[in-house]
Design a protein around this ligand. Structure first.
Ligand code: IMP
Length: 192
C-alpha cells in the first residue's frame, strides 16, 4: 500500500518510515507535488491531524496519513500543546522555543511533561481513523544532546530518566516515542 504522508519534516518522515509494516510505502508531499499551504487552526491534536489528512485526501483520493504532535507541560496547563512548533511566536525555531520553555519553567518545581501524537489516517474509501500515542517524562533545566529535533534536548522520558530524547539514538527513541506508539496502534489496525 502507498500512503501519502502530510508532512515536510524530514526527521519525522524518517522516524515514521522505520516503523511502518513491510510493504507500506510512504510518499511525502514533495514526492506527490503538493505545495498548497494547509492552515492548522484547530485547538486539539486530533483536529489538526484531521485538517491535514482531509486536505490531502481531497486532492488525491488515496490513502493518506497526517500526524499532529506536541509537548504538554503540566505546570503550564498543558502548554505549549498544539502551539509547540510556534511557541516562541513568529519566526520560531527549535532553539527559540526551547529558550522560551526554559524561561517559563524557571520558577516551577513540577517539571512533569509528555509528548503526545495523534495520527489521522484516511483509507482508500475515505474512512477516517484516529490513533494516539504518548510518552511521559520530565523536563531538564539545561538542554542536553544532539540527536532528534524540537524539544528533544529538554525532555527525559520515564523509560530513560537520566537521558534526554536528544541523547538517545533514533532506535532507542523509536522504541518508546509518542509517534512510535501511535504508529504501532495504527499498524495493529493496518495488519488486521
Ligand atoms: P508535529 O505536529 O509533529 O509537527 O509537532 C509539532 C511540534 O511539536 C514540533 O515542531 C516540535 O516542536 C514538537 N515535537 C513533536 N514531536 C517531537 C519530538 O519527537 N521531539 C521533540 N519535539 C517534538
Amino acid at each position: 500500500m502507498k500512503i501519502i504522508l502530510a508532512s515536510n519534516n524530514a526527521h519525522k518522515a524518517r522516524e515514521i518510515e522505520k516503523l511502518l509494516p513491510e510493504g507500506v510505502v510512504i510518499e511525502t508531499l514533495k514526492e506527490v507535488g503538493y505545495t498548497k499551504p494547509i492552515i492548522e487552526d484547530a485547538d486539539t491534536f486530533e483536529g489538526n491531524a484531521l485538517i491535514k489528512a482531509r486536505a490531502i485526501y481531497a486532492e488525491f483520493g488515496r490513502p493518506c496519513l497526517a500526524d499532529d504532535s506536541g509537548l504538554e507541560v503540566d505546570c503550564l496547563g498543558g502548554a505549549p500543546g498544539v502551539f509547540s512548533a510556534r511557541y516562541s511566536g513568529e519566526g520560531a525555531t527549535d532553539e527559540k522555543n526551547n529558550a522560551k520553555l526554559l524561561e517559563e519553567i524557571k520558577d516551577k518545581t513540577d517539571l512533569s511533561a509528555r509528548f503526545r501524537t495523534v495520527l489521522a489516517f484516511i483509507d482508500a474509501d475515505g474512512n477516517e481513523h484516529l490513533f494516539e500515542g504518548k510518552v511521559e517524562g520530565s523536563l531538564t533545566r539545561v538542554p542536553r544532546g544532539n540527536e532528534g529535533f524540537g524539544y528533544d534536548p529538554l525532555f527525559c522520558p520515564v523509560e530513560h530518566p537520566d537521558k534526554t530524547f536528544a541523547e538517545l539514538t533514533l532506535e532507542q527513541k523509536n522504541e518508546i516515542s509518542h509517534r512510535a506508539r501511535a504508529i504501532k496502534a495504527m499498524n495493529g489496525w493496518l495488519l488486521q
